[in-house]
Write a protein that binds this ligand. Structure first.
Ligand code: 6PG
Length: 286
């Protein structure tokens, strides 16, 4: 079911349930990655954390999408992450490692594309992204070397700028241009790790450290990309499901625009796509 919204509004798709939302989102991402590769030989995808991407990764990791996406040209980035090790349950990378990249990541042979790799260990082959194309925010390195989130943010900023300087990652209005950005919506209306009343909007850096939020868990420091990336991204895809998101989505997609209060409104853009399940969409003003 597709509800057309007014000018300047995203396309809003209400799927029957979380599984249907995940499948639709996976297809949108696969299409965006294919399109970008066809156009410029490379596709930059900024993914998200939380529970939202898990179902999406499941679809991308197996046929037919696994075989349709030109994984070798895909560069995978993160919109935000928590200041924990990569294999920590709170990490925004662990779901990608386990579900999207699967056995390929665990075997260290990501990129081989061999469907037999790690299957004996009970892991699906996963999407064959070359290891060098997986750009996790360097939390584990920071923690291991005794640095804090500001160091990880500065390193990530440098990695993004190096990708831009080499001509691979586009830049517009002084910000990196992703071919597709996948986002979830927090219970307080946050997006990325840009919380209500965030100072991130004023920042110049592409990646910023964020102190542990006190109003919402998990209460751990973060690194986030600048929210301005949403306005310059080629595809912005927001996915949310479940009744617990209904009230905040009614505000975020409601009549009052206040991006400081509901940062997810930064993704409420013409040309963006929001995929909600029926439970999450239950409070929307029709
Ligand atoms: C984070 C996330 C965050 C997430 C939303 C939705 O690290 O906090 O990246 O922006 O996408 O909180 O989370 P769920 O998908 O778990 O609902």
């Amino acid at each position: 079911m597709i509800h057309a919204r007014g000018p300047g509004e995203p396309e809003l798709i209400v799927a029957a349930d979380p599984a249907a939302a995940a499948e639709l989102a996976a297809r949108r991402i696969a299409d965006a990655l294919e399109r970008a590769t066809a156009r410029r030989g490379r596709a930059d995808w900024a993914t998200t954390g939380g529970s939202t991407p898990i179902g999406i990764y499941r679809h991308l990791a197996v046929a037919p999408l696994r075989d349709a996406v030109p994984w070798r040209s895909v560069q995978l980035w993160w919109g935000d992450d928590r200041f924990v090790g990569r294999d920590h349950p709170l990490s925004n990378v662990i779901a990608a490692d386990q579900v999207l990249l699967g056995a390929a990541a665990f075997s260290g042979q990501s990129g081989a594309g061999d469907s037999g790799v790690g299957v004996a260990a009970g892991l699906e082959p996963g999407a064959p992204l070359p290891v060098a194309n997986v750009h996790a925010i360097p939390m584990a390195e920071a923690i291991g070397d005794g640095y804090g989130p500001a160091w990880a943010a500065a390193r990530y900023d440098g990695e993004l700028r190096a990708a831009a300087a080499s001509g691979g990652l586009g830049v517009r209005d002084g910000l990196p241009v992703f071919d597709v950005v996948l986002l979830g919506v927090g219970g307080d209306g946050h997006v990325l790790s840009v919380f209500p009343d965030s100072t991130a909007w004023e920042a110049e850096a592409w990646a910023l450290d964020v102190p542990p939020p006190t109003h919402i868990g998990p209460h751990v420091a973060r690194v986030t990309l600048h929210p301005g990336i949403l306005a310059v991204a080629l595809e912005v895809l927001v996915v949310a499901h479940g009744a617990t998101k209904a009230a905040v989505l009614a505000d975020v997609l409601g009549p009052t625009r206040d991006v400081r209060r509901w940062p997810a409104q930064a993704a409420r853009l013409a040309g963006a796509t929001w995929i909600l399940d029926a439970a999450a969409a239950a409070g929307l003003h029709r």
